[in-house]
Design a protein around this ligand. Structure first.
Ligand SMILES: NC(=O)c1ccc[n+]([C@@H]2O[C@H](COP(=O)([O-])OP(=O)(O)OC[C@H]3O[C@@H](n4cnc5c(N)ncnc54)[C@H](O)[C@@H]3O)[C@@H](O)[C@H]2O)c1
Length: 305
């Protein structure tokens, strides 16, 4: 979609973090924007702060298909159409232990939001885009779930690998029907070294009742970023922050330039990718997974064993 001005975009997970930064970048391109999120107060506050009539907020629960259909219909009713859907909402469930120990409700919550949320968004919006033969779908995945998994973070990259694969299949199927609708997988990244300091680091925050684990930490989310900063400080390292606007720019390039892999190919990641494919081609064990990653408390604990 070369021309973005006056086009209508919907961004799920849009009340903060990367989704909000994407909304801001879209407004700067002259697009009309619907920010959609489950956290209604934060959403209302974000829209109020923009204080302009080309952006609105619509509450949505991406785990509920009816909610996504209502989001599509309200968008069309308000702005007269829809051209871009960014399936960006996700959670970090704050699961404890190793993959065979995680509570099943952590799995269900992660899969429901991070995978079914994207599927629900695609099913609700793509038929409209195909019918008008114009539009773009962006699914937010992660390098951790595209290049290679950080083994100690198990649950999250499982969900993000699903989003990556889903978007690859989507691209192929859109080409098969000669549709002008484009697809991108957004792997949030920045050329500036540092973390993307967003709500996703508050692992376990806003857990819906149906995914409770009967655990005292159910209403006490971890601040994984603060923990990471502590571990890094203990190892004599700092944790700088990268600008979220870099990720938003990637999303815009994905839509405007029809860039499928919307990411900055960082050198370290590319080396790992080579290692992974070498391991597959040579049938050798995935030794590249053995690194101790300071981002993960589990890795830290294991490294002490
Ligand atoms: N921050 C990073 O380092 C990073 C890295 C790679 C990928 N990502 C991905 O970027 C995307 C945005 O995450 P973020 O980092 O901005 O974190 P974030 O927590 O700030 O944003 C995620 C948003 O999703 C919303 N959400 C959660 N459950 C929902 C539901 N059921 N329905 C609707 N909305 C729901 C949350 O309220 C939140 O506003 C996610 O897909 C995340 O996996 C983030």
């Amino acid at each position: 979609m070369r021309e973005l001005r006056d086009k209508v975009a919907v961004v799920t997970g849009g009340s903060g973090g990367i989704g909000l930064a994407i909304g801001e970048a879209m407004l700067a391109e002259g697009m009309k924007v619907v920010l959609a999120d489950i956290t209604e107060d934060t959403l209302a506050q974000a829209v109020k702060e923009f204080g302009r009539d080309d952006v609105i907020g619509i509450p949505v629960d991406v785990t509920n298909f009816d909610s996504l259909e209502a989001l599509r219909d309200k968008t069309i009713e308000h702005f007269g159409g829809v051209h871009v859907i960014v399936n960006n909402a996700a959670v970090g469930a704050g699961a404890k232990g190793s993959v065979w120990e995680h509570h099943l409700n952590d799995w269900k919550w992660s899969l429901d939001v991070n995978v079914m949320g994207v599927i629900n968004g695609m099913n609700a919006f793509i038929p409209t885009l195909i019918e008008q033969n114009e539009g773009h779908v962006v699914n937010t995945s992660s390098g951790n779930g595209a290049y290679y998994p950080i083994a100690s973070s198990g649950m999250y990259p499982v969900t993000k690998a699903a989003v990556t694969t889903l978007t690859e299949c989507l691209w192929g199927q859109l080409k098969e029907i000669n549709s002008e609708v484009g697809a991108s997988v957004l792997l949030p990244s920045s050329p500036t070294p540092g973390v993307l300091a967003t709500g996703i680091w508050k692992a376990g925050a806003n857990r819906p009742d149906r995914f409770l684990r009967n655990d005292p930490d159910d209403n006490n989310p971890r601040d994984a970023l603060a923990e990471y900063r502590e571990r890094a400080a203990a190892a004599g390292q700092e944790v700088p922050e990268a600008p979220l606007s870099d990720v938003a720019d990637l999303c815009i390039r994905g839509i405007r330039d029809d860039l499928f892999w919307a990411t900055y190919p960082l050198e370290g990641m590319m080396e790992k990718l080579d290692d992974r494919y070498a391991s597959m081609k040579n049938l050798s064990p995935p030794e590249y997974l053995r690194e101790v990653n300071l981002m993960s408390a589990a890795a830290d604990e294991r490294s002490k064993q």
